[in-house]
Design a protein around this ligand. Structure first.
Ligand code: SAM
Ligand code: ZN
Length: 340
């Protein structure tokens, strides 16, 4: 953990400041130690360079396995493609270059594939995950600098209010036990004028949903490592999906698997992602739009990836100048991080 991280952290229980104790340093970072809130009541260990605000990966253990098995599969730096860079740009309602110097929360970072894009554009990232995926993200991205990691629960995030220039949560909320309330935790952490962006599963394709939900009743109960092996069925199915008419029928309706192009690890991982998680809720546009409206967000704009329901919006009052001036960021967080 970098010492600077302390400046954005607060105790997730009582919101008081956290102080460092028993620190063991390695490579200019805190490898282990304790974070103790100023009331002295709550303690959080730092282990393997990451502060741990949860005791375990809880219901998200399937993600620990997925992102440990395929630690790099999605990264643009691994595929050699600009796939995620292009996607992320297309999501934003401002030029991606404006991320330079901004402080961005990746809530449910997985292996850190979008954190990498923010870093590539000069942003500073706080990457959080409930599962030990955060350790995979740490291995992938910590050498880049400008990134902090925490193992924490989106329902109890250890950050000050009005801290981030942007908070996004991509493919995460629907995997929590209560997605609308998980969402409600994000806007308070963003500074006025900052952005909130999320992606959740859509409930429009009823036939596909009926099949996957039917299979999930069984697959969720299988030993995770066995299920992961079974998901290698996505490797031959990729070629099956190419058969005109019959292929898409098989791979979308009969036995849905991921046929995502970049590499077979990505496809196997995404298939596992489909059949393993404990929670996988689906939504329509009206419901998710209301989350944003009810949170007092404005300029709510749909983002259109090929599947799912995703929006980007601004926390009022709007201060767009800050986004257009590349190096000038007004928020408390980015300001102190620059000085330190
Ligand atoms: C499908 S993955 C998406 C990862 C990443 N956002 C991406 O787009 O590659 C969902 C992630 O959400 C994390 N997650 C689930 N529940 C969470 C919670 N309550 N708090 C934080 N992260 C959570 C999982 O551990 C998993 O890494
Ligand atoms: Zn406390």
């Amino acid at each position: 953990m970098k010492l600077d991280f302390l400046k954005v952290l607060v105790c997730p229980e009582c919101k008081k400041e956290l102080k460092l104790a028993n620190a063991q340093w390695a490579k200019n970072e805190i490898e282990s130690g304790d974070l103790v809130c100023s009331g002295g009541t709550h303690h959080y260990p730092i282990r393997h360079f990451i502060p741990r605000f949860v005791e375990s990966d809880s219901y998200a253990e399937a993600f620990t396995l997925e992102w440990t098995a395929f630690r790099k599969a999605h990264l643009d730096s691994y595929t050699g493609l600009n796939w995620l860079d292009d996607e992320f740009r297309s999501f934003l309602d401002f030029p991606v270059e404006a991320l330079k110097g901004k402080l961005v929360l990746d809530a449910g970072c997985g292996l850190g594939r979008f954190s990498e894009i923010v870093l590539n554009h000069g942003g500073r990232v706080v990457a959080v995950d409930l599962s030990y995926a955060v350790d995979a993200a740490f291995q992938n991205l910590n050498p880049r600098g400008n990134i902090f990691f925490a193992q924490a629960d989106i329902f109890k995030l250890p950050f000050r209010s009005d801290t981030f220039d942007m908070a996004y949560s991509w493919g995460v909320l629907h995997h929590t036990p209560d997605p609308p309330s998980a969402f409600r935790n994000l806007p308070p952490l963003v500074r006025p004028g900052g952005r909130v962006m999320t992606f959740v599963y859509a409930n429009y394709n009823k036939a596909y949903l009926a099949t996957t939900q039917f299979y999930r009743k069984f697959t969720r109960r299988l030993p995770r490592t066995l299920l992961l092996k079974l998901c290698y069925v996505a490797v031959p199915m990729y070629y099956v999906s190419k058969i005109p008419a019959l292929g898409p029928f098989i791979t979308r309706l009969l036995l849905p698997v991921s046929i995502h192009p970049p590499n077979h690890r990505w496809r196997v991982g995404n298939t596992f992602d489909l059949y393993s998680p404990q929670y996988a809720f689906c939504y329509d546009h009206v419901e998710v739009f209301r989350w944003y409206e009810n949170a007092g967000l404005t300029r709510i704009r749909p983002v259109a990836p090929d599947s799912g329901i995703s929006y980007i919006a601004t926390k009022p009052p709007i201060d767009d100048e800050a986004w257009n001036l590349k190096q000038s960021f007004q928020s408390f967080a980015t300001d102190f991080l620059t000085k330190s």
